[in-house]
Design a protein around this ligand. Structure first.
Ligand code: HEM
Ligand SMILES: *[C@@H]1O[C@H](CO)[C@@H](O)[C@H](O)[C@H]1NC(C)=O
Ligand SMILES: *[C@@H]1O[C@H](CO)[C@@H](O)[C@H](O)[C@H]1NC(C)=O
Ligand SMILES: *[C@@H]1O[C@H](CO)[C@@H](O)[C@H](O)[C@H]1NC(C)=O
Ligand SMILES: *[C@@H]1O[C@H](CO)[C@@H](O)[C@H](O)[C@H]1NC(C)=O
Ligand SMILES: *[C@@H]1O[C@H](CO)[C@@H](O)[C@H](O)[C@H]1NC(C)=O
Length: 506
C-alpha cells in the first residue's frame, strides 16, 4: 500500500486539531482513510457504456476549459456512468463537531470533476456532499440562495410535481426538518463503499445520524446502462460550455450557468460562495416493471407488416421515443438500429421535423408525448429552450424475479434513484416534470393535445392519457395506468469544494 497524500493530510490535520481542541481529537483518532481506499486505481470506477461517448479528455479540459474542474464536485458533470452508488441521507446532531470532521478530514476526500476524468487520479470511492436548506441552516448559513423551490424543500413541492401529496413517500423525505444532507458514494464495489462509509462514520462519530440510505447499481450483463423498463438511459445530456468542448451532433449545448450556479448564463444573484455549485433534485422513483411489460404487450396495436413481437417493441419505443437499444425512433421508427444507438455522433443527431410531413399532425416518427420529446421538445419549440438538467441517477433494487414477471405483479422495490443537476430548480427538474411531462396541452401548436408523458407524467396518482402512441392512428387517445410511483425525495445544494472548505465547515 502506498502512503498517499490524503493519508498524510488526514494525519497532519489531526495533529493540528490536537493542539487546538483536545476533545475533538478523541473523536477523530484512527480516522485516517483506511488502506484499501488510498490505493491508486488501475481500472475505472465508471462504466464505459456504448452510446454515451467518453468523458472529455482531462488534458484538453485543463488546457482549454474555463471551468475550475478541480473545484466542482464530480457528479455534477459526469452523468449516468457509475457502477455502484450509495445515497447516504443524514442528520447533523452537532454542527461544531460535524464541521471539524468535514474541515479537517472529509473535505480532502471530496472528489472533483478533474479527478474523475482519468483512471489514475480516480479515488477508490468517489465522495460528493450536498446539503438541504435545513442542513445549511443547521450549519449556521442563513444566506438566501435565491432558489425558493430549494429553500421550501421537496415535500412542499409534492402536489405541484404531480405526486398524490407525500402519500407513498419514504418517511425521511417527509420529515424534512431533520434531513440535512446527503453523501454520494460511487465506486465499482459495494465493499469499497462500505469501507468509505465506516471511515466517514468514524470521522463524524455522533455528530451525524444516518436517516436512510439507498444503494444503486448499474444493471448486469446486457442490461448495463439500461433503466429497469429495459431502455438505455443517459444518452442525451446537455453539453456544458467550458467542459464538453466539442458537443456531439444534436446535443443541446448550454452555457455553464444553466447547470452551475454563478457561471455565465445563471441569471440569479446569489452569495459569492455559491459559485460553481449546483442544485440537485433527488427522487426515489419506484418502477413497476412486470406491470409495465404487460401493459405494453396487451395494448400494442398491430403494425402493418410486423410480427406481434415487433409491434410490441414498436409500441414500447413510442412511449419512450427510443428503442431499448437507445436508437431514436425519430430516425428509425419501424426497426431498431443498434449501430446507431451505440454511436454518439448519430444517436442524438435529430430533431422532430421531417420534410414533406405536417409538423402539426405527423406522429409517424415520434409521438408528441414520448418521454424524450416531452422532456426535450427540440424544434417543437420554435425559439428553443434552455430548460434542461444534467441527469446523474442510477437504477436501484434487484432485477425482476421470474415469479414477478410470471405473475405480472411487482413484489420487490426497484426503480430509479433519479438525480438531476441545474442552477435553478424551477427552470430545470421542476419545470420538466410540472410544465412539460404533466401538462397535457404541452407541446402547443399541434392538431391534438399530446397528453401526459406516458413514462413519467404524473396526475396526482391517477391514470394518465396520451395521444399518438398508435403509429396508425395519430389522434387515438390511450389511458395509461401508473408505472412509476414517487417515493419522494429532497432538493440539495452541491457546493464547490472550496466553499465547503472555506465557508461551510468553518
Ligand atoms: C423512472 C423514471 C424514469 C425513467 C425510466 C426514464 C427513462 C428515460 C429514458 C429511457 C430516456 C432515453 C435515453 C436518454 O436520452 O438518456 C430518458 C431521457 C430523458 N429523461 Fe428520463 N426517465 C425517468 C425519469 C425522468 C425524470 C423524472 C425526468 C425529468 C423530470 C427525466 C428527464 C429526461 C430527459 C431530459 C431525457 C433526455 C431527453 C433528450 O434530451 O432527448 N426523466 N429517460
Ligand atoms: C488526452 O489528450 C492528450 C493530448 O492530446 C493525450 O496525450 C492523452 O493521451 C489523452 N488522454 C486520454 C485519456 O485520452
Ligand atoms: C485545446 O487547445 C489546444 C491548444 O490550443 C488545441 O490544439 C486543441 O485542439 C484544443 N482541444 C479542444 C478539444 O478544443
Ligand atoms: C458539540 O460538541 C462540542 C464538542 O464536543 C461540545 O462542546 C458542544 O457542547 C456540543 N454542542 C451541542 C449543541 O451538543
Ligand atoms: C435573486 O436574484 C435576482 C436576479 O438577479 C435579484 O434581482 C434578487 O435581488 C435576488 N434576491 C436575493 C435575495 O438575492
Ligand atoms: C383523452 O382521454 C382523456 C380521458 O378519457 C380525456 O380526459 C382527454 O381529454 C382526452 N384527450 C383528447 C385529446 O381527446
Amino acid at each position: 500500500m502506498l502512503i498517499s497524500p490524503l493519508f498524510l493530510a488526514a494525519a497532519i490535520s489531526s495533529l493540528r486539531v490536537a493542539s487546538a481542541d483536545g476533545s475533538a481529537l478523541v473523536a477523530r483518532q484512527g480516522t485516517e482513510l483506511p488502506g484499501p481506499l488510498t490505493d491508486p486505481r488501475v481500472t475505472s470506477m465508471l462504466a464505459d457504456i456504448p452510446g454515451f461517448g467518453p468523458l472529455p479528455n482531462v488534458t484538453d479540459v485543463v488546457t482549454n476549459a474555463t471551468l475550475p474542474v478541480d473545484d466542482i464536485q464530480a457528479d455534477i458533470l459526469v452523468g449516468m456512468r457509475k457502477k455502484k452508488e450509495r445515497f447516504y441521507f443524514f442528520k447533523i446532531n452537532n454542527a461544531t463537531l460535524f464541521k471539524a470532521g468535514l474541515h479537517n478530514t472529509v473535505v480532502a476526500e471530496i472528489t472533483s470533476v478533474k479527478k474523475i476524468l482519468t483512471v489514475s487520479t480516480q479515488p477508490q470511492v468517489a465522495v460528493n456532499l450536498a446539503f438541504s436548506q435545513a442542513g445549511l441552516t443547521k450549519l449556521g448559513k442563513t444566506d438566501n440562495l435565491n432558489d425558493t423551490v430549494f429553500s421550501a424543500g421537496q415535500a412542499a413541492d409534492a402536489n405541484f410535481l404531480g405526486d398524490p401529496g407525500t402519500n407513498g413517500w419514504e418517511p425521511t423525505f417527509v420529515a424534512t426538518s431533520s434531513l440535512h444532507g446527503v453523501i454520494l458514494l460511487a465506486s465499482d464495489t459495494t465493499t469499497l463503499i462500505d469501507t468509505q462509509v465506516a471511515h466517514l462514520e468514524a470521522v463524524w462519530g455522533s455528530s451525524i445520524t444516518k436517516l436512510y440510505e439507498l444503494q444503486g447499481a448499474i444493471r448486469p450483463g446486457a442490461e448495463e446502462g439500461h433503466e429497469m423498463f429495459g431502455y438505455k438511459d443517459g444518452i442525451a445530456q446537455p453539453a456544458v460550455f467550458g467542459f464538453n468542448l466539442v458537443p456531439y451532433p444534436g446535443q443541446l449545448a448550454v452555457p455553464a450557468g444553466i447547470i452551475l450556479t454563478g457561471e455565465a448564463g445563471d441569471t440569479v444573484t446569489r452569495p459569492s460562495w455559491t459559485k460553481d455549485g449546483s442544485f440537485m433534485a433527488f427522487r426515489k422513483l419506484r418502477q413497476y416493471v412486470p406491470e409495465f411489460n404487460n401493459f405494453v404487450v396487451s395494448n400494442a396495436p398491430p403494425v402493418a407488416n410486423k410480427t406481434t413481437a415487433e409491434s410490441i417493441a414498436i409500441f414500447g419505443s413510442r412511449l419512450v421515443g427510443r428503442w431499448k437499444s437507445g436508437a431514436p425512433i425519430d430516425k428509425t421508427p419501424l426497426v431498431d438500429d443498434p449501430v446507431m444507438a451505440a454511436d454518439p455522433y448519430q444517436n442524438n443527431n435529430f430533431d422532430f421535423f421531417h420534410l414533406l410531413s405536417n409538423f402539426t399532425s405527423d406522429q409517424s416518427h415520434c409521438p408528441f408525448a414520448a418521454h424524450i420529446r416531452k422532456t426535450r421538445p427540440r424544434d417543437d419549440l420554435p425559439t428553443g429552450a434552455l430548460n434542461t438538467i444534467m441527469r446523474a441517477g442510477i437504477p436501484y433494487g434487484p432485477e425482476p424475479s421470474n415469479s414477478e414477471l410470471t405473475n405480472g405483479a411487482t413484489t420487490q422495490d426497484r426503480g430509479l434513484a433519479f438525480v438531476a443537476y441545474q442552477s435553478q430548480i424551477a427552470q430545470g427538474f421542476q419545470f420538466l416534470q410540472h410544465s412539460w411531462a404533466n401538462t397535457p396541452t404541452f407541446v402547443p401548436g399541434k392538431n391534438v393535445q399530446p397528453g401526459f408523458d406516458p413514462i413519467i407524467g404524473a396526475n396526482a396518482g391517477n391514470d394518465r392519457w396520451a395521444v399518438g402512441t398508435d403509429i396508425a392512428n395519430p389522434t387515438g387517445n390511450l389511458t395509461f395506468p401508473v408505472f412509476i410511483k414517487s417515493n419522494g425525495g429532497e432538493y440539495f445544494f452541491v457546493p464547490s469544494i472550496s466553499a465547503i472548505r472555506d465557508t461551510l465547515s468553518v
